[in-house]
Design a protein around this ligand. Structure first.
Ligand code: GRF
Length: 208
């Protein structure tokens, strides 16, 4: 299957998915990287690996960014099957969501629906988790809809919050799980192992 990955930052999830594709544990190819920051770590990694980089959206800082309809045409040209958001901080336009139904995933560094939504990104998530006194946090992979972090939950991984955790320590513990979880879920996606329960909840089938 052909994958487009969207990143805004360091792109460690992108790297682990790309490596899993190269190693064959994911039956997929990252055919294009989409970013809103041309100089982010994820974009640099992509250029090093000769993966085409697309800038989206067009902003004052990124005047070469594409419009939503041009992005859609580009993804069609690359014959993209699935879109994986991995630390991409912009909202996905409705056109894209409608063009790729049940084909866009996001990863979020908390156990949604807790600590999700517009204000919750980066270290803010982990600071809020620690401040709440929650004893567990984790990672969530969900399908993407028009809002931040509200699409159907597909998979979660739990980590403990330790008594003296800093946000950075918790973030690192969650991120390690994210890397494994996103690879496992992408493998399932590429193998057609995701089914939809009648009430609209997506489930992952294990390998036979
Ligand atoms: C991850 O914590 C992810 O859950 C969140 O943004 C972070 C991206 O990290 N959406 P990286 O760019 O993959 O290293």
């Amino acid at each position: 299957k052909k994958l487009a990955v969207f990143v805004s930052g360091g792109g460690s999830n992108f790297k682990s998915i790309h490596q899993a594709c190269l190693q064959g544990s994911v039956h997929g190819d990252v055919v294009v990287l989409v970013t809103n920051k041309h100089d982010c770590g994820g974009a640099e990694y992509a250029r090093n690996k000769e993966i085409p980089v697309i800038l989206f959206p067009r902003t004052k800082d990124e005047p070469d960014g594409l419009s939503p309809s041009d992005l859609l045409s580009a993804l069609r040209e690359f014959d993209v099957d699935f879109i994986l958001l991995a630390g991409y901080l912009k909202l996905i336009p409705v056109e894209l969501i409608q063009a790729y139904p049940k084909c866009i995933l996001n990863i979020h560094p908390s156990l949604l629906p807790a600590f999700g939504g517009k204000g919750y990104y980066g270290m803010k998530v982990h600071k809020a988790v620690i401040a709440s006194g929650a004893r567990y946090s984790g990672a969530t992979i969900h399908f993407v809809d028009q809002h931040y972090d509200t699409g159907r939950i597909l998979a979660q991984r739990v980590v403990p919050v330790l008594a003296n955790d800093t946000a950075e320590e918790l973030a690192a513990r969650v991120l390690r799980e994210e890397h494994q979880l996103y690879v496992e879920v992408t493998a399932a996606l590429c193998e057609g192992r995701i089914i939809w329960r009648e009430d609209g909840v997506p489930l992952i089938l294990s390998r036979e």
